[in-house]
Design a protein around this ligand. Sequence first.
Ligand code: PGA
Length: 243
Amino acid sequence: MTRLIEAADYADLSRKACDFVVTALRKNPASVCIFPTGETPLGLFRELVAARKDGAFDASAMRAVTLDEYAAIARDDRRRLFLWLRRELLDPLGIPDRRIDAFEPSASDPQAEAARMERRVAELGGIDLAVLGLGANGHLGFNEPGSAFDSRTRPVTLAADSIRSNAAYWGSEADVPRQALTLGIGNLLEAREILVLASGAHKSAILTQALGGPVTTDLPATALRSHPAATFIADRAALSLRA
Ligand code: PGA
């Protein structure tokens, strides 16, 4: 059952998302968590860092697994998504490397690197909480339209839509790597709890489809409708096209 929490605006969405994550971490401080990169989660990250400073939760046992990463770039490439996540969330929360599992973007054999992450997630006992963004094309991680709902961790090629939207992070489309690694939709569906964030009018058409349109691999986020504990938090702008 997909649950929807409505937020008034981006600030409210970020606070509500923070409450959700803090509740999960209080219940299970040793949670294995996925956090997305992108613009949408930045408010949540600020709230989480502040909440932890205020003693709202203990981050000393939680673990992080990266959701996706560009491939065929250097470990210290400015575009490495993990470095973004580390800067905005994991370092401020004080999560050390030993409690983080990240894709190696420079791996010479991306297939083997994907298999390594797949094994790591299994060794950790799976994902407790997956926080996800919603791509403008409905992707989850880099599971682009057409990805099978039982897909596993693997190398992928970015869709044209993702190259366009990721250009906003790095300067231009030419700056966006074309190859990536991602946990599969099958991996995400095995997470015990899922939280999806959607903000802004530019997400309203895809969010409306994700929540109420036909379930189809053309729109990866519709896979979540079969998940027993998937929650969307969306602001009014993102919900503006919903009947
Ligand atoms: P955004 O990215 O938060 O920057 O909109 C979401 C995504 O592509 O998953």
